[in-house]
Design a protein. Structure first.
Length: 266
């Protein structure tokens, strides 16, 4: 597979800045190399088994079977203010954004939950097919990490075993999963992740552009086409998800993500 050398560059992008739509610079399958090490990879197509699992997971995620949290970003308020319309009308005009978390959930004292927990979605009987498909997709993704990044696979597996209680693990390399519906994210850094680890981003999309991962440190924006997989060390530097543009009312760009959080100590 092609190797893409990632070199740091100067930029003025700060955490919190909105990630606007921009054309992807990385559109082909490749290994990502930085300072002599493979730190991730991008696959434009997936093995049939993994493709099957994320198709099932995505179908369930889009259905009423899976509980979802509705996100309202500043866009809704801006539209209310600009057009003098109600919140409901602004939400209807704007792109609806939703997410579902599986696996470990860190304590949130400010929400009166001062303890770690497992996502309540696991207790929802209707979500069983979704949970099973996501776990199977996670395990298949780990096989690809083992294939393309064997040293990373072994070190991350060992780190999870040493730091994370079994009940908070999702697969062998991760603690948690989040599925996002049409979510574009401002520039941020996943500082809550375990260091020296990678995330997995699997993408399902239909009649929509955007939703690419922009990494300003390297001057690259990674396309996330339908049935693609991006493995990246999200703890390492800032990144954002570009604006999603729907071409049809039913268009979407969904991301199915696996990530390893710090804080589930044994």
């Amino acid at each position: 597979m092609k190797v893409l050398e990632l070199k740091k560059r100067e930029h003025d992008i700060k955490i919190g800045k909105r990630c606007e739509f921009m054309a992807p610079t990385v559109t082909e399958s490749c290994l990502l190399k930085h300072e002599g090490q493979i730190i991730g990879f991008y696959l434009t197509d997936l093995p049939d088994k993994l493709k099957q699992y994320i198709t099932i997971a995505n179908k369930e995620f889009l259905s009423p079977n899976v509980p979802k949290s509705l996100l309202e970003r500043a866009d809704v308020y801006k539209m209310q203010k600009k057009y003098g319309i109600s919140r409901a009308e602004a939400k209807a005009r704007n792109t609806v954004q939703m997410s579902t978390i599986l696996g470990g959930v860190l304590a949130k004292p400010h929400l009166r939950r001062p303890y770690n927990s497992v996502s309540a979605v696991h207790t929802n009987k209707k979500a069983k097919t979704f949970i099973k498909a996501m776990l199977l997709a996670c395990l298949e993704s780990e096989k690809l990490i083992k294939q393309y990044m064997p040293e990373q696979y072994e070190s991350q597996k060992k780190l999870i075993e040493e730091t994370t209680l079994p009940k908070y693990r999702f697969g062998n390399l991760f603690t948690s999963s989040i599925s996002n519906f049409n979510i574009a994210a401002p520039f941020h850094q996943d500082r809550g992740n375990l260091k020296n680890t990678v995330n997995v981003i699997l993408t399902k999309r239909k009649d929509a552009d955007g939703g690419a991962l922009c990494v300003p440190d390297f001057g690259h924006t990674f396309e996330q086409s339908n049935n693609s997989m991006l493995v990246y060390p999200a703890w390492y530097n800032i990144h954002g998800v570009t604006k999603i543009i729907k071409h049809k009312e039913e268009g979407y760009r969904n991301s199915l993500i696996f990530y390893p959080l710090s804080g589930f100590h044994k």
